[in-house]
Design a protein around this ligand. Structure first.
Ligand code: FRU
Length: 431
């Protein structure tokens, strides 16, 4: 039996027994939020990758279901997305009974003639995501590449758009389709900015700009290693998308240097989604009602994920966050808030003037010279891996005299939303 060293989080999704990494196939469908995820159905370590499944009425209370997509002798089911094919464009359902379609990466195993490659495949469900059937013509998109993965598909006008990665080339590749089966190449973005590690789990969506009658496109690119806090991290680009090509507003020097220090000005000048150690594989929900853009990340870091002291269900997702953009002096910045479904009293509020420091369950939060830092060194269980004890920091835009922070502490995690959500720092802490 697997003994759990830490109790279950209250607000965050965590599987009961098994290993979990990336969120996959996030979709709101028929009044229910669906969270699929990279799962090893038979262990609390990475392997046998399959899609686990949980659903929620409110993004906070989750029910775990049986495995949705199982690995086979010939393939593992790597990350991907789900769409509701309302017009049955794929012909995998009927006009009256349109399908949910999962677009995932097959990671071919030694038993397969395709071993050594990764390609994109479809599965469909006609019962609202409970049971899935593999499409008989899989794979639907194969470049003969060893590292072509993590398709995120969304509706754009009357076509489907896929963003995926050539992970080892630090590139996002964009394809279009009218039926989810036949895909046409459009363009490639990258390498750009943080490019020391692999690029994984991209997402591309439009966001409103607060207080302005305009929208911009945001491309999320998860990178590992080479994140701003070390190891896994998520960077983003704000720009324009014409249905075929993503054009960023600004591109500064690209860095492929694996030894770049975490305080290197170049690394610091990129746009980072989160400045903590534990926010990776960030992707958004399809079809969120009311035009909301809600994302989840895997709250962990490949630097030490296999060793975190959670046995049984390992590990947890971040709190779901709702996004928009804010126009600052030097360009647009993504703003994040915990979803409004989270009761306000779940958050603690602090106001930090320059030089102030608060200690939250042993974790030090400090505001000094316009920099907000979080120090989890020496707090709780932390010696299970040498890379875990760490201090993270972010410059607060505009260096306000006082920075307001909302903090969510939940069993084995802390998430800091500072300056109205312009800066977030998300860390596991085994209090
Ligand atoms: C990101 C990732 C993806 C891949 C999956 C495999 O954490 O490496 O690129 O699809 O995990 O589990």
């Amino acid at each position: 039996t697997m003994a759990r060293q830490h109790s279950r989080p209250r607000w965050h999704y965590s599987p009961l027994q098994t290993w979990m990494n990336d969120p996959n196939g996030l979709i709101h469908y028929a009044g229910t939020w669906h969270l699929f995820y990279q799962s090893n159905p038979s262990d609390d370590r990475w392997g046998n990758m399959s899609w686990g499944h949980a659903t929620s009425p409110d993004l906070l209370t989750w029910t775990e279901h049986h495995v949705a997509l199982w690995h086979t002798d010939s393939e593992e089911i790597f990350s991907g997305s789900c769409v509701f094919d309302a017009t049955n464009s794929s012909d995998l359902g009927t006009a009256d009974w349109p399908p949910l379609v999962a677009i995932y990466t097959a990671n071919y195993r030694p038993g397969s003639e395709r071993h050594g490659t990764q390609a994109q495949c479809l599965a469909y469900s006609l019962d609202g995501g409970s049971h899935w059937t593999n499409y008989s013509g899989n794979p639907v998109l194969d470049r003969g590449s060893a590292n072509f993965r993590d398709p995120k598909v969304f509706r754009h006008g009357d076509a489907w758009v896929m963003v995926a990665v050539e992970a080892e080339n630090q590139q996002v590749v964009i394809y279009r389709s009218t039926n989810l089966v036949d895909w046409t190449y459009c363009s490639t973005f990258g390498p750009a900015h943080a490019a020391a590690g692999v690029w994984e789990c991209p997402d591309l969506f439009e966001l409103p700009v607060a207080g302005h009658d305009e929208t911009r496109w945001v491309l999320l690119v998860n990178v590992n290693p080479g994140g701003v806090a070390g190891g896994s991290g998520c960077q983003y680009f704000v720009g324009d998308f014409d249905g075929h090509t993503f054009t960023p507003d600004r591109v500064i020097a690209t860095s492929t240097d694996r030894d770049l220090g975490l305080d290197d000005p170049l690394l610091r000048s990129y746009d980072w989604f989160d400045y903590g150690r534990d926010c990776y594989a960030v992707v958004s929900f399809a079809d969120a009602p009311g035009g909301r853009r809600i994302v989840l990340g895997w709250m962990n870091n490949w630097d030490y994920a296999a060793d975190v002291p959670l046995t049984g269900g390992r590990s947890i997702m971040t709190i779901p966050r709702e996004l928009d953009l804010v126009l600052l002096d030097d360009g647009y910045r993504v703003r994040q808030r915990p979803v409004r479904e989270l009761p306000v009293d779940a958050l603690q509020h602090h106001a930090l003037a320059a030089g102030d420091r608060v200690v939250i369950n042993g974790v030090a939060l400090e505001y000094h010279n316009g920099v907000l830092s979080l120090d989890r060194r020496g707090v709780g269980m932390n010696d299970f891996h040498e890379a875990f004890g760490s201090r993270q920091w972010a410059e607060v835009p505009g260096e306000p005299e006082t920075v307001h922070v909302d903090v969510l502490v939940d069993t084995c995690s802390i998430e800091v939303f500072a300056a109205g959500g312009l800066v977030t720092i998300s860390d596991l802490v085994f209090f």
